[in-house]
Design a protein around this ligand. Structure first.
Ligand SMILES: Cc1cc2nc3c(=O)[nH]c(=O)nc-3n(C[C@H](O)[C@H](O)[C@H](O)COP(=O)(O)O)c2cc1C
Length: 184
């Protein structure tokens, strides 16, 4: 399968976690790796190009730091503009149908804060529901998200490990013939 990785980090030069994933995925075969903030610093998204890229890949990976319990603003704009009526949903909008979506994100908050009774009260999966349902509405296959919690407290070797896990997972998925071969 061809894999499209969309990295969205508003300040990758200050990143410890996402920058490692970017490094780990750079130059890997069967993979198109794009750095949205680098490509669209003025937020003018090339919608036609982005749609062509989606059509040419079977698996979409979104890599980002958690911002206010959600995706960074350029990634939201990308979703708003590219997943449009007649393309992603609505009449004739079946172009994302059957594609896979893997979300990989990093948080500042430690894992124990993302539960009932914790400071963040809900799990990351709860906060990701709008994205999950958007994908399902478009007929996409939602894969279990990859999350690295607590970047501020993480040692370098833990962040290296996260980047390796993401790389292994993405490359393993890329080896599958189609999304139909992926176990849920
Ligand atoms: C504007 C902003 C909003 C943030 N919101 C959250 C949040 O809602 N939950 C959380 O756990 N961390 C939050 N963080 C922390 C980032 O998720 C964290 O810095 C990032 O995952 C670290 O990854 P990096 O080393 O690749 O930058 C936020 C950071 C910024 C700058």
């Amino acid at each position: 399968m061809k894999v499209l990785v969309q990295l969205a980090h508003p300040a990758i030069e200050r990143s410890r976690a996402n920058t490692r994933v970017l490094e780990a995925l750079t130059g890997q075969p069967n993979l198109t790796l794009r750095d949205l903030y680098n490509l669209y610093p003025r937020f003018y998204i090339d919608v036609e190009l982005e749609k062509e890229l989606l059509l040419a890949h079977e698996l979409l990976v979104l890599q980002f730091p958690f911002y206010w319990y959600s995706i960074p603003p350029l990634l939201k704009l990308w979703q708003d503009e590219v997943w449009h009526y007649g393309f992603a949903y609505g009449a004739g909008g079946n172009k994302l149908n059957g594609k896979g979506l893997l979300v990989s994100l990093t948080t500042g908050g430690p894992q124990e804060t993302y539960q009932a009774g914790g400071r963040n009260r809900y799990s990351v999966e709860d906060f990701l529901r709008p994205l999950e349902q958007s994908a399902r509405l478009c007929g996409m296959r939602w894969l279990p998200p990859q999350v690295h919690f607590g970047v501020y407290q993480s040692q370098d070797r833990e962040l290296d490990h996260y980047a390796e896990v993401v790389k292994d997972r993405v490359l393993t998925l890329a080896e599958a013939k189609s999304m139909a071969d992926i176990e849920q």
